[in-house]
Design a protein around this ligand. Structure first.
Ligand code: GLA
Length: 407
């Protein structure tokens, strides 16, 4: 176990022992954050994405209760969410509780035999930092509930369940990418995921490539409403495209050639949206091939193209994100960069040469700070396995000993 995890596991178990002194021995589940190499706004268009799970994670220490209550303490938010499995309601003003609530609710709808549980949550996936902290909270809850309910749902079904929870309880009509990446990631691999079939092709990420996430620290309130608008525009476009190509189900089924033939029939804004999705699907597939061939320059060029398309055609960028990407272009050791995730603030993904990555990121961060007077967060990411149980027998014994000594 690495040092950061070891420390966090101890913290979360110690907190669990203090908060729930009467409870049974807890187990610890973990779910990582994710990066997306390329393939943005393609998931809900049933297209292709290339994400990977990374070494920031949410831990949940949990144990069953005798009643139907779920009591969850967040150490990050320093607050408690409590609900009964018989009565689960979303709460608009709750910053994090809707994610676990939504997940428990989905298990209930799927007919699972629910029991109550106590839990303590601690995470180092930056909240609102574009690395899917919400999907990590959903996934970690889903694995705990799965174990308690003795459910046999496979990871891909859990991803769908978590996506539904986010759609219904958090009100964001997100696609499947984040939840799938967090639950199904593999160490040192990026996944080329077909968001229609959920088929995955694993792509080995070359050791000489390093991914960094630079957070602009700009958060736009309109992010979730604009996200839903984009989704609606894509759906409206499909309705028009169906008149010419009756067999299509989603933009994923439209080729660049088809698009060129009928684009005049679309509303001008929809032309841009569809062009982004059609080309981004191609870029995601090509990027996976180039990565497999260790063609880092070719791969990096696709990241810059993706950013241009997100900026000009999908219109989800901001001056801060554009600035970071432009700075990356001029910095030695960087292959490519682009806004990552939903946009409207959030973060930029930088693909850099292993040995120059840190210095390059610091340069961009310094220029960003000079220009916007905001110090961006920089995260160097390692690609790790997706969500699962943490083996922590020893920690428990030590904590029990500590408790006994302090008595
Ligand atoms: C968010 C959503 C994902 C995906 C991206 C954009 O991260 O949760 O489903 O749509 O935005 O690619």
């Amino acid at each position: 176990m690495n040092e950061a995890r070891e420390h966090n596991v101890r913290t979360v178990l110690r907190a669990f022992a203090e908060i729930f002194p009467e409870a049974q021995k807890a187990l610890v589940m973990r779910a990582p954050g994710r990066i997306n190499l390329i393939g943005e706004y393609t998931d809900f268009n049933e297209g292709f994405v290339l994400p990977a799970s990374v070494d920031r994670e949410v831990l949940m220490a949990f144990a069953p209760r005798a009643d139907k209550k779920c009591v969850l303490h967040s150490l990050n938010f320093d607050n408690v969410v409590e609900f009964d499995t018989d009565k689960i309601q979303p709460d608009k003003n709750d910053p994090w509780g809707n994610y676990p609530k939504g997940v428990v609710n989905e298990f209930k709808r799927a007919g699972a035999k629910l029991i109550g549980f106590n839990a303590v949550i601690l995470g180092d996936v930056p909240a609102g930092g574009g690395m899917s902290s919400s999907a990590a909270v959903e996934a970690v809850t889903a694995l705990c509930v799965k174990m308690l309910a003795r459910s046999v749902l496979p990871a891909s079904r859990l991803a769908r369940l978590c996506q539904k929870a986010e759609n219904d309880f958090a009100g964001v009509r997100c696609g499947i990418m984040d939840q799938f990446a967090v639950l199904c990631g593999k160490e040192k691999k990026a996944m080329l995921l077909d968001c229609r079939t959920l088929d995955v092709a694993q792509v080995t990420v070359p050791d000489e490539l390093r991914f960094l996430v630079l957070n602009t620290k700009i958060k736009r309130d309109l992010a979730s409403s604009e996200y839903n608008v984009r989704r609606f525009q894509c759906e409206e476009s499909v309705k028009v495209l169906k008149r010419y190509f009756p067999f299509i189900k989603a933009i994923r089924d439209v080729s660049i050639h088809d698009f060129e033939r009928v684009k005049e029939k679309l509303d001008p804004v929809h032309v841009k949206r569809v062009r982004h999705v059609v080309c981004e699907n191609e870029r995601a597939k090509n990027a996976a091939t180039l990565l497999g061939k260790k063609d880092m320059d070719g791969f990096g060029a696709l990241l810059y193209e993706s950013h241009e398309s997100l900026k000009n055609d999908f219109e989800v960028s901001t001056p801060e994100l554009d600035f970071m990407v432009e700075e990356a272009r001029g910095t030695e050791g960087i292959y490519g960069a682009r806004l990552m995730g939903a946009g409207f603030g959030g973060c930029v993904l930088v693909a850099a040469q292993e040995e120059k990555a840190k210095e390059a990121a610091q340069k961009i961060a310094a220029r960003y700070e000079e220009r916007f007077h905001i110090k961006p967060d920089v995260h160097a990411c390692a690609i790790v396995d997706g969500a699962g149980l943490v083996k922590c027998e020893t920690q428990w014994q030590e904590i029990l000993l500590e408790k006994a000594e302090n008595k």
